[in-house]
Design a protein around this ligand. Sequence first.
Ligand SMILES: Cc1ncc(C[n+]2csc(CCOP(=O)(O)OP(=O)(O)O)c2C)c(N)n1
Ligand SMILES: [Mg+2]
Length: 328
Amino acid sequence: MTERTPDERLRLLRRMILIRRFEERAARLRAKGLIPGFLHPCIGQEASAVGICDALGDSDVLTSTHRGHGHMLARGADPARMYAELFARTTGYNRGKGGSLHMIDSELGFLGANGIVGGGIPLATGAALQLKRTGSDGLAVSFFGDGASNEGAFHESLNLAALWKLPVLFVCENNLYGEFTRQSDHQLVEHVADRADGYGMVGVVVDGNDVEAVAEAAREAADRARAGEGPTLIETKTYRHRGHFEGDMAKYRPQEEVEHWMGRDPIDLFVAALADSGVGEDRVAEVRASVEEELDAAAAWAEEQPHPDPSESTEDVFVDDCEGAALR
Ligand SMILES: Cc1ncc(C[n+]2csc(CCOP(=O)(O)OP(=O)(O)O)c2C)c(N)n1
Ligand SMILES: [Mg+2]
């Protein structure tokens, strides 16, 4: 296990709290009418995003999902520009025209959230092929869910990536549900990682609510990928605290199951682990306060940003020019 200093561990904690508080605030602001469109919070799944991204370097790239805020923040994106995008403002990551489902920061190698379930998996595989061909030491990460592991794109991508020994980490965040359908009702395997066997690659199951365990699994997989030993399928077992999207009351989940996972909150678990190793509550309180300060400033800045002018509505977006059909 990688030995981390207290400061390094507090940085991991800060990232998780940043994601949690960013999304709690976004949910409130959406309820107030500031955010148009869907919002799929990853609250409860923060350790998976932060643990995986901890193993990455500057030349690495990532693809994400419809539940992508955590991945993007874990990679180091600017929460102010993310809020601006959610509020549909010109200074947002996509000039206010993409919203939650299409946020992208190519400078960070963050190749985008994706509204198409499983859509990021072949994109990451292609990016890994490019990295390998150009002799880069970078690797590609694809985050996706248990539901996405039933898509054809998942199977085709894993097959090719294994065959060509591409530097990819396929990260399945198994939160036990695809939309409103339990995992046991959409696939017979309990562990998605078992599917790795069918493609001749390493499959790893990890406690997705233990940030340091995820980071360790990611580091081992990254080492293999950088050594030319090909891809790994990492399954992070986790749970979303809220509904599939904001507005879904998630009544389809058994109460005992919800309570079990609420008792395994990744942030609480890590705070307890820090306390056991002598990191005092005062340090954690400082982290919490600094996150609030950052998010206060981020949201206030974003609210003051302008909306795009209606005359620019067809700029920066894909427009099917077929006699203006897409515009009507
Ligand atoms: C190709 C495609 N099929 C269906 C949908 C509708 N849809 C959106 S999210 C989702 C569930 C995805 O489940 P999972 O991959 O487990 O991700 P999670 O939402 O649990 O993070 C579905 C079916 C879609 N967006 N794209
Ligand atoms: Mg799921």
